[in-house]
Design a protein around this ligand. Sequence first.
Ligand SMILES: Nc1ncnc2c1ncn2[C@@H]1O[C@H](COP(=O)(O)OP(=O)(O)OP(=O)(O)O)[C@@H](O)[C@H]1O
Ligand SMILES: [Mg+2]
Length: 286
Amino acid sequence: MSIIVENLSYIYMPDTPFEKVALKDINLKIEKGEFAGIIGHTGSGKSTLIQHFNGLLKPSSGRVLINGIDTTGKELRELRRDVGVVFQYPEHQLFEETVYKDIAFGLIKQNLTQEQVDAEIRKVIQTVGLKESILDKSPFELSGGQKRRVAIAGVLAMKPSILILDEPTAGLDPRGRDEIFGFITKIHETMGITVILVSHSMEDVARLVDRVIVMNDGQIELDGPVKEVFSDIQRLEGIGLSAPQISYMMQELKKILPDINDRVYTVSAARDDILRHLGAGGSRND
Ligand SMILES: Nc1ncnc2c1ncn2[C@@H]1O[C@H](COP(=O)(O)OP(=O)(O)OP(=O)(O)O)[C@@H](O)[C@H]1O
Ligand SMILES: [Mg+2]
């Protein structure tokens, strides 16, 4: 088991006029190797929750176990290595003169030789789809998508067993978004690590993750496989969210083509189903 959350509540600025209960009695288990998405509207508590996973926040009550160890007891440095968090707009945390130094930042605190640091940096830069020539550049010379990938490379270099991404593609164009999601899916598949994706995009969540956790007002509203969660449209709409747009289109289509599958949530699955209907067959993986 990767993550166990038991009766977790969190209050910002307790006992002040600004007191805010951000998490209310959360219970959650995430297994090793899962790819889970966390969705929910602004202020629902997503970032507050994930900051408990690397010990940045400590429970006001309840507890969080990471790989079996309580976050309040475990040495923070060790916990930070186990749980890599890429925060929203991580490029704001790039501050070294070169990309190389930025990625090396966490590594040099470990007991590694220069050669090992070097090899690791070259490996992660490739994992995130960048060329080695970028290593000598200043982070400030890079495009938005490149900066984001450098920040992710820095987290990956620590070889976390749990990777958490808080809105990793916010503000990127569709191409930048696809590039990032492309390697994240690959990392999940090949490295066998637990990946948690926080996102506002129902489309991205439907396309990528296996399990969706829906937060509302500091609580978990729904939690289950993508197909289950997105088929509960009434409940989603009740808390101001929606299913991926494509599923609304499929529901409309079903009114005139009764055996169309209205329980598909990605464009590629919808296309396959429509083609099946037209008798053209065909499928593509994307
Ligand atoms: N540092 C803080 N001090 C006080 N209140 C905070 C702080 N950070 C968050 N909050 C409040 O806690 C609640 C949960 O916030 P949180 O940032 O976890 O939501 P979120 O789901 O990540 O939202 P978003 O989608 O906008 O990122 C909100 O009401 C927010 O205003
Ligand atoms: Mg947030």
